[in-house]
Design a protein around this ligand. Structure first.
Ligand code: SAH
Length: 258
């Protein structure tokens, strides 16, 4: 084996949210296999001569199967020194990294994992609430409803009134999400925030309550939902004046709608 594979977190969008390690590895990359989620600004940090391959999925259309991606990683490691598998957010959260790690291990390929800022943290920072605000929350659950292929309610064991729920891949049917949350026992007045393109140029934030979630206009993907009392703690304040930092001044900002 000639090379090493780096499973790198590309963060939520803003290239300044990449780790120093990720930036350095990208600058040495010979080849970068990236997801559709990875922003153009982050891809621009790859070495000038690096080959960029989009292995992501768009609108449900798979460009490559997971097995093909695994095989590509193993095969590129025989011909390239620095192979970067670049994923949005953190590589180990909802990123199919488990299957890639197994394939690399089985093929005896050297690899290293470089964590990134996951969408949940990008969204919380954008909206200005603490996911574990001790006044109202004691735990956080990172989950998704997309795995529910047979249309049953997902069993979220261990949720309570002090759980903050972060829903990755909420999809476009917010009414369905609302029903699933209600089925799981969440009350109608539970605050929900939807954050689209967290940390990116097109960032948008909406805040509502569970009973009205189905009435919200769908925000552009990628979007993430945060459900819990922590949203309410600051929602009113943010709705009055949604401040953006000077470094992103000039980008579009949208006030929260309560
Ligand atoms: N590994 C990624 C998650 C991949 S699953 C991470 O750690 O963030 C893809 C889902 O992540 C999207 O459907 C969306 O729910 C969320 N997501 C990724 N980037 C996002 C962003 N910039 N803003 C809002 N949600 C994002």
């Amino acid at each position: 084996m000639k090379g090493k594979v780096y499973l790198v977190g590309g963060g939520p969008g803003d290239p300044e949210l990449l780790t120093l390690k990720a930036t350095k590895i990208l600058a040495r990359a010979n080849i970068v296999l990236h997801d559709a989620l990875v922003s153009r600004e982050v891809l621009a940090l790859a070495a000038a001569g690096a080959e960029l391959i989009d292995v992501g999925k768009r609108c449900g259309r798979k460009l490559l199967t997971q097995e093909e991606i695994n095989a590509l990683l193993v095969s590129y490691a025989t011909s390239h020194e620095v192979v970067v598998r670049l994923k949005g957010g953190d590589p180990l959260l909802f990123g199919r990294a488990g299957e890639e790690i197994t394939a690399l291990r089985e093929a005896g390929v050297e690899f290293e994992i470089v964590p990134g800022i996951t969408a949940a943290f990008g969204a919380a920072a954008a909206a200005g609430f603490s996911l574990t605000d001790r006044r109202v929350a004691s735990q956080v659950l990172f989950t998704t409803i997309q795995r529910d292929t047979d249309n049953r309610s997902i069993q979220w064991g261990g949720i309570s009134s002090t759980t903050t729920l972060v829903l990755y891949m909420p999809g476009t049917d917010y009414a369905r999400v609302m029903e699933q949350l209600r089925d799981a026992g969440w009350p109608d007045d539970m605050p929900c925030a939807i954050v689209s393109h967290a940390s990116g140029k097109d960032q948008e934030i909406r805040s509502t309550v569970l009973a009205k979630l189905g009435d919200e206009a769908t925000l552009p993907a990628p979007a993430i939902m945060v459900v819990g009392r922590v949203v309410a703690e600051v929602a009113e304040e943010i709705s009055r004046e949604f401040r953006i930092g000077p470094e992103i001044a000039g980008r579009t900002s949208h006030p929260m709608v309560i």
